[in-house]
Design a protein around this ligand. Structure first.
Ligand code: GRF
Length: 197
């Protein structure tokens, strides 16, 4: 059974979908804990299911490095096989990435390398593209530059707002997370053997 620790910053709708999938008896992964960098409302989805949660508030620390050390200590205490960033909106210091990668993956609401960064949905709309998508990647020291595990396209409609497009993309993100974590668990995806992006 693959032990997954999930980190969130926001509402955690992707987390909720993953928790539901991971509850199925034949799903080969379990969420051992859910953490956040702030008192994120998404933690509630874990609380409701009796899954332990923790917060390591970024603002309690002097710098990114000391916050990262504290976060890594809590993550390690759960001995996860995989750490999933699901709407985790804080850049991890390189020391944390080095300690966890490649068993550190992130879901991104665009078809990378298109539209990296914190505003992938807004940037796709502003660019006027007809298609965007979602990607699941291994986290490396860059911003959304790590090896791509899987990605899928979706249409952008002429009357889309950031919200309607993001909702369409999140449906894909959820499918990618559930499918890829299953494949990581059963070794059909080997994170060490992925090609660099
Ligand atoms: C997702 O689209 C994720 O890729 C992005 O933020 C969104 C998280 O949404 N970084 P939620 O918190 O799961 O609802």
């Amino acid at each position: 059974m693959l032990k997954v620790l999930v980190l969130v910053s926001g509402a955690g709708s992707n987390l909720r979908a993953f928790l539901e999938a991971a509850q199925a008896e034949n799903y080969p992964a379990r969420v051992v804990a859910v953490g956040a960098d702030r008192p994120a409302s998404g933690l509630e989805h874990a609380n409701e299911r009796g899954i332990p949660t923790f917060v390591v508030p970024f603002t309690d620390f002097e710098n990114r490095e000391s916050w990262g050390e504290a976060l890594l200590e809590v993550i390690r205490s759960w001995q996860p096989d995989l750490v999933l960033l699901s709407g985790f909106m804080r850049l991890l210091p390189e020391s944390v990435v080095d300690a966890l990668s490649p068993r550190l993956v992130n879901t991104h609401p665009a078809y990378l390398p298109e539209f990296p960064g914190a505003h992938g949905v807004r940037d796709a709309l502003a660019a006027g593209v007809r298609e965007s998508g979602a990607s699941l990647i291994v986290v490396d020291s860059g911003v959304d530059t790590g090896p791509i595990i899987a990605q899928e396209r979706c249409p952008v409609h002429p009357n889309d707002t950031e919200e309607t497009l993001h909702d369409r993309i999140k449906v894909i993100e959820r499918e990618l997370i559930v499918r890829c974590v299953r494949q990581i668990a059963d070794n059909t995806i080997n994170l060490r053997e992925l090609k660099p992006a």
